[in-house]
Design a protein around this ligand. Structure first.
Ligand SMILES: [Zn+2]
Length: 307
């Protein structure tokens, strides 16, 4: 709330120009300006929007998106954009800016898929709180749900920019096909594995786990910055030992210290499982998801695929 109050004066100064821009934008050569809240939404916007839109991200590469604070400039950019692509419940600052300045031109990706409730366990350990939404917002880690998002985003862009409607729909369909192929690779790659429990750093993998029959035990809650209590660590270590877990997953943007302590306690090794909340180094959503599949197959002792 604080940053929005401070930027109020700046915003009213830009309102007149924003209104005059309509769905195009002078700064983007007349193309619709799409503001994507964080990486996977930026990726899907670029895939579906292609050369017909100008996509900008609100979260800098290499930064963890959950605790994003918006600058006055970014709030103004949200107001001036043609479409804001976000997921309500991931970034409170973006939720507030959208509610205050862009509710009519926002696309909430969580609103077009079936969401899963945040488990009581996750909420109890989520100190920062995503208590404004009753669901787990990490929908992008299920490729089949992201395929649905691609289709709906294509429709939304087609409505906003009818001159390029056919191209948006065509790219949305191609992106959905690609994501459904990835879903199939996960489904077959995670069949017949020796284990099904994944111990993760924060609870980002609930949709992935539900989709492919795995069980996620998250050390911290839905927010990666929530520090786990010693009681929580002891609980996780206990369950991990009982389930014969041999890999404790870490993520690149969170300190591996907790995972290392836990791995030592359990007698396991650590490996990276990427929540794909930020742009992967030298790859994209698809390559990061494929790396995740390989990491999961190794940790869960899945049978080697034939052919
Ligand atoms: Zn997360």
């Amino acid at each position: 709330m604080r940053s929005l109050v401070l930027t109020g004066a700046l915003l009213s100064a830009t309102t007149a120009t924003a209104a005059a821009c309509g769905s195009g934008n002078a700064a983007t050569g007349g193309k619709p300006a799409v503001m994507a809240a964080f990486y996977p939404l930026q990726w899907i916007s670029q895939q579906v929007g292609g050369p017909d839109v100008s996509v900008a991200g609100l979260t800098k590469p290499g930064t963890e998106p959950h605790d994003l604070e918006l600058t006055a400039r970014q709030v103004a950019d949200i107001q001036d954009s043609s479409l804001v692509v976000y997921i309500k419940g991931v970034q409170p600052a973006v939720d507030e800016a959208v509610a205050g300045h862009a509710s009519a031109k926002a696309f909430d990706a969580a609103s077009v898929v079936a969401t899963l409730p945040a488990t009581a366990e996750e909420e109890a350990h989520d100190e920062h709180g995503h208590d404004d939404v009753p669901y787990d917002p990490h929908i992008w880690l299920d490729p089949s749900r992201l395929a649905t998002v691609a289709g709906k985003l294509g429709e939304r862009l087609a409505e906003a920019d009818p001159a390029h409607a056919a191209a948006y729909r065509q790219r949305a369909a191609a992106t959905a096909t690609e994501l459904n192929k990835l879903d199939e690779a996960y489904r077959s790659g995670l069949t017949g594995c020796g284990k099904k429990t994944i111990v993760t750093s924060h609870a980002a993998f609930g949709y992935l786990a539900a989709r492919y029959g795995l069980e996620q035990i998250a050390v911290s809650g839905l927010d990666p910055d929530a520090e786990p209590s010693p009681t929580r660590l002891a609980q996780v270590a206990d369950v991990a030992k009982r389930q014969n877990v041999t890999t404790i997953f870490t993520e690149e943007l969170v300190s591996p210290k907790v995972a290392e302590i836990l791995a030592k306690e359990v007698g396991a090794q650590t490996a990276v499982l990427n929540p794909i909340e930020s742009a992967p180094d030298g790859g994209d959503y698809l390559s990061a998801a494929k790396q995740n599949l390989e990491a999961l197959r190794k940790a869960l002792e899945c049978p080697t695929t034939e052919g």
